[in-house]
Design a protein around this ligand. Structure first.
Ligand code: PMP
Length: 396
């Protein structure tokens, strides 16, 4: 089986597993146990991991709050700002192509009196900077825009967004779950004040993530969402997931060491895949900006081919994602692709291929071949494709 769904989750790097193992067995202490060596040992491991992660994104270790993952980090950031900055206002700006872990949080806050502006993206998947600037009001407390999109890999202009937000004195939060460990991410340099990310997208374990909160120029604060023992500077109570944190730290170090080599290797796979597919198959579209895009992600739409059917044609031998979200009975087209102006049919004809550390070059040709065979076969069986080729206007 070829795994090309690394944006959904990455396998845990064996070196990460190795680093974690002692913290399940003989080094099992609670990092908050201040009175014996078991606790000190765990605390030291947490401190080291925090430093490793801070080094990857060029922040101070004290600016990182450990959470259970990016979903929780987004909740803490957005709800935490909404509650703490209520005196300044209740207006939050976000974007239609955000992950549900941002959009649904904003929806939940709407019920609590927040005013939410959801900005559109263009066909390339990019926000319009002028529109962001024009939308900021006196009562705007937060702009939340993701660093890189999980479905298309499109990278937003974070530096420019940072400038717009600081000119207007508004906090900028970014869901950088798909960017951290894959491309250089430096929230301080970009003027990003809060940033969420997750270990399981960067070859670390599931169930551990972090929120970066800028604590110097400006000193940003959020209201805690989980109360208890006052862990993580009172911002996120609960016994620390020491093995998870150790794994997250190791994953950050590996990412720092390997990022540039890995990015160019995976980009060469992506380029080859797109080249082979576009050469061999007619009517294929690359979705999203081809310039501002993560190096390892390819979102492709095949005219008049259902992405789900194409995936089935792979006979469980290739794992990718389609442009539809499977709910119980229906296939909802991806909100990211429709936000970019694609029709529901176009969105449903999409495959997302995301390469990762453990892919090999030979797999690229196998996948390109499987896509080519699958599309040809599905189109050969499709009356709609036949009508389309005969020049019948299918939009009527
Ligand atoms: N944001 C983005 C952009 C994501 O891709 C994901 C994972 N699909 C999340 C947030 C949620 O992350 P987690 O699984 O760590 O909660």
């Amino acid at each position: 089986m070829i795994y090309l769904d690394n944006n959904a989750t990455t396998p845990t790097d064996p070196k990460v597993v190795e680093a974690m193992l002692p913290y399940f067995s003989n080094k099992f202490g609670n990092a908050s146990s201040r009175h014996h060596a078991f606790g000190w040992e765990a605390e030291e491991a947490v401190d080291q991991a925090r430093t490793q992660i801070a080094e990857l994104i060029h922040v101070d270790p004290s600016e990182l709050i450990f959470t259970s993952g990016a979903t929780e980090s987004n909740n803490l950031a957005i709800k935490g700002v909404f509650e703490l900055y209520a005196r300044k206002g209740n207006h939050i700006i976000t974007v239609a192509s955000e992950h549900k872990a941002v959009l649904d949080v904003c929806d939940a806050l709407r019920l609590r009196g927040a005013e939410i502006t959801v900005l559109p993206v263009n066909r390339q998947g990019l926000v319009d900077l002028d529109q962001v600037a024009d939308t900021i009001r006196d009562d705007t407390i937060l702009v939340s825009i993701m660093w890189a999109n999980n479905e298309t890999g499109v990278i937003q202009p974070m530096e420019e967004l940072g400038l717009v937000c600081s000119e207007h004195g508004v906090l900028l939060m970014s869901d950088a779950t798909q960017a951290v460990g894959k491309i250089p991410v430096d929230p301080k340099k970009m003027g990003v004040h809060l940033m969420s990310f997750s270990a399981h997208k960067m070859y670390g374990p599931k169930g551990i993530g972090a929120l970066y909160i800028c604590n110097h120029k400006p000193r940003v604060k959020v209201r805690s969402q989980i109360h208890g023992g006052g862990h993580e500077q009172g911002m996120r109570s609960g016994t620390l997931n020491v093995p998870g944190i150790v794994g997250f730290g190791k994953a950050a170090t590996l990412a720092r060491e390997q990022m540039s080599e890995e990015a160019s290797r995976l980009q060469s796979y992506r380029t080859r895949l797109e080249h082979l597919v576009l050469n061999e198959v007619e009517e294929v579209l690359i979705n999203g900006s081809e310039i501002h895009r993560l190096p390892h992600v390819s979102s492709l739409s095949f005219k008049h081919v259902e992405g789900e059917h194409l995936m089935m044609s792979f006979n469980q031998e290739i794992a990718v994602s389609s442009g539809s979200a499977c709910t119980t009975a229906s296939l909802d087209p991806s909100h990211v692709l429709t936000a970019m102006g694609m029709t529901e049919t176009e969105a449903n004809s999409t495959l997302r291929i995301s390469f990762g550390r453990f892919n090999e070059r030979r797999e690229v040709d196998q996948v390109a071949n499987a896509i080519q065979q699958g599309v040809l076969q599905l189109r050969a069986e499709s009356p709609i494709w036949e009508m389309y080729k005969d020049g019948v206007d299918l939009s009527r």
